[in-house]
Every structure is written in structure tokens, then in C-alpha cells.
Design a binder for this molecule. Structure first.
Ligand SMILES: [Fe+2]
Length: 326
């Protein structure tokens, strides 16, 4: 029914807001090693963005007593889409809070709500775009910071991978009906659909929503937040930089079947939050793209074509303890 009336749109992933029990160590990892740039700082929060990003931040680190994902932000396509989403979410039975523009984080008026998966989202359109100091500025007019400014030098945020103890398929449908995400690839087992990779952009996924194990203490968790590099060789360079910094990669490098991306997982030593360093995924331009189904006979290829042999979570219990709380 919603398809027959004006439908607001989400344009892109905005940011992940992570809470860390060791803010300074997390800042060292995300700024000095991953290569993000600090755009603002308060007593207990640091706002960061990657080298290609114009918006105020794509990552927030907030000091807290335990590692958790506070919320994920999404930028809507047009200013009036906030009102459109407000109506659709309310009509669909979701409680929505309207938040006034926030000078601290550079975000204009926004909507906050919780998805059935238990994850907290925030939608915005207006956002500050801080200028870059001349010493850090690129000579290129189409990117704010110098290439390879420092650390691994990730280019932009790519996606979030979120886990829920609740039925993923119901959440996929909700993400599609309420927020307009398209299913691109999914994995089905005898238990049902255990994961779906969804996007509003040509990326295979801006968000993946996966089934968490049955013994989780909270319904919603984050498996990882991913940052993009332009080339697979840059992921290998990242391995060297991590090794020199004394940080052991969590898993990888390897290549996913789903998304076809080269990946490397690494944990922030300050919080345990997992970060994926991600490159070379394919893009989808077909308006009639049919979701690709993977099953038990090809789940290994789907999740890990090659790379770490212990990667494949054949059962959810296998990786139950590898998520951080949402
Ligand atoms: Fe990922």
C-alpha cells in the first residue's frame, strides 16, 4: 500500500555511535591506526570522520562503563523526508521522538526510534560540514583530507552489521516497508532466514541484519561497523600497519562471496568493538535486482570465499560471544 503514495527515502548511512569503556585507547585506534580525523570533542565524546567524508562525523566514540552500540544514523534524501518518515513510522506503530537540532554533533532536527530488532536509529537531513585546516587539506577539490594522511587511511564508512535475537526476516520486512531498504542477498537455513544484506544505495549492503544466538543478554547487538578502502591491496597495507602497531587482526584478510568484498576484521583494543576494513565489493544498478538466496550447501562460499578457515558461523552459537552490545 505504501508503494502507491509519496514515500520518503534514506540516502545513505550516516554514522555509528559507539560507547567505549576506554575512550583514549579507542581514540588511538580509530584516529591514529584506522586513520579517521577528529572533527569535534567534548569531555566524554569524540566525533570523527574519514578522509573522503564531508559530513560532521561518521563515528562517535562516547565514554561509558561498557562497550555498546548506542545508535546508528541515516541521512534522508530530502528535508521533507523527515516528516514523511515520521508519519510512516507512527502509522506503522513505531514510537518516534523528534529531536531538535544539536549544535554539539552538527546534526539538524532528527527523528529517533527503535527498530523491532532492538536497534536504535536516528534520521536526519541537515548536517554541518566542517572545513579542514589547510595543513590537512587535499589539493584535490573533491575530497577534504590529503590522501594517506595518516594510519590506514580509510576513505568512508561503508555499512553496519547488526545482530538480533528476534526474527531477522520480520526485521528485513520492516526495514523494507518502513525505511525502503532493498534486500540484495540473504542466507536461509532450516531455521529460516538467518541474515539479510540490504541497501538503499548501489552498495550490496548499507546494513546487514543477522540472527543472534539464543543466549544473548540483549536482543540487539552490533557485529561490526565497516570502513571502505579503494583497493584490495590497501587492505593488505592495513594488515602491515596493524601489525606494526601491535594489533592482531581478528579475522582475515579474506573475501566474502556475498558482496564479493575483500575484508579484514579487527577489534578496537579500547572497547572490543569489531571493525571491518572493506574493499572491492560489487555494485547494483539494476532496478529489478532479485535478492540472491544462499543456503546450507553454499553458506561457506557466501560468507567466506577464501581467507580465514574458521570464519564460517555454521551455527550462531559459534560466534555468539563476538558481538558487542547494542
Ligand atoms: Fe561487513
Amino acid at each position: 500500500m505504501l508503494n502507491f503514495r509519496y514515500h520518503p527515502e534514506i540516502a545513505k548511512l550516516g554514522a555509528a555511535h559507539l560507547v567505549t569503556p576506554d575512550l583514549e585507547k579507542s581514540l588511538w585506534f580509530f584516529r591514529d591506526i584506522l586513520g579517521l580525523h577528529v572533527t569535534a570533542r567534548t569531555e566524554n565524546k569524540v566525533y570523527l570522520r574519514a578522509g573522503m567524508e564531508l559530513e560532521h562525523h561518521s563515528l562517535v566514540l562516547e565514554a561509558g562503563d561498557r562497550a555498546r552500540l548506542d545508535h546508528v544514523t541515516w541521512r534522508v534524501r530530502r528535508p521533507e523526508d523527515l516528516e514523511g518518515f515520521h508519519d510512516i513510522l507512527k502509522d506503522g506503530g513505531t514510537e518516534v521522538t523528534v529531536e531538535a537540532a544539536n549544535k554539539e554533533d552538527g546534526i539538524g532536527e532528527s527523528l529517533r526510534f527503535q527498530a523491532p530488532s532492538g536497534h536504535n536509529y536516528r534520521l536526519y537531513y541537515d548536517v554541518d560540514k566542517p572545513t579542514v585546516d589547510e595543513a590537512d587539506r587535499s589539493v584535490l577539490l573533491n575530497q577534504p583530507y590529503r590522501s594517506w594522511h595518516h594510519g590506514i587511511g580509510v576513505r568512508r564508512i561503508d555499512h553496519v552489521n547488526l545482530w538480533t535475537t528476534r526474527d531477522p526476516a520480520e526485521n528485513h520486512k520492516w526495514m523494507s516497508d518502513m525505511l525502503g531498504f532493498k534486500m540484495r542477498e540473504y542466507v536461509t537455513t532450516p531455521e529460516g532466514t538467518i541474515g539479510g544484506w540490504m541497501s538503499v544505495t548501489p552498495l550490496v549492503h548499507d546494513v546487514a541484519i543477522m540472527k543472534a544466538g539464543p543466549n544473548e543478554t540483549t536482543p540487539a547487538r552490533m557485529h561490526h561497523v565497516a570502513f571502505w578502502l579503494d583497493n584490495a591491496a590497501d587492505v593488505l597495507r592495513a594488515c602491515d600497519i596493524l601489525f606494526e602497531a601491535g594489533i592482531e587482526a581478528d579475522q582475515g584478510p579474506g573475501r566474502h562471496g556475498i558482496s564479493q568484498a575483500t575484508f579484514l576484521y579487527v577489534r578496537d583494543p579500547g572497547s572490543g568493538h569489531r571493525v571491518e576494513i572493506f574493499s572491492n565489493g560489487y555494485l547494483i544498478f539494476d532496478p529489478d535486482w532479485q535478492p540472491v538466496e544462499w543456503g546450507m550447501d553454499n553458506i561457506k562460499t557466501a560468507l567466506c570465499m577464501w581467507g580465514p578457515t574458521d570464519y564460517v558461523p555454521h551455527t550462531n552459537d559459534h560466534v555468539m560471544n563476538t558481538t558487542t552490545e547494542a
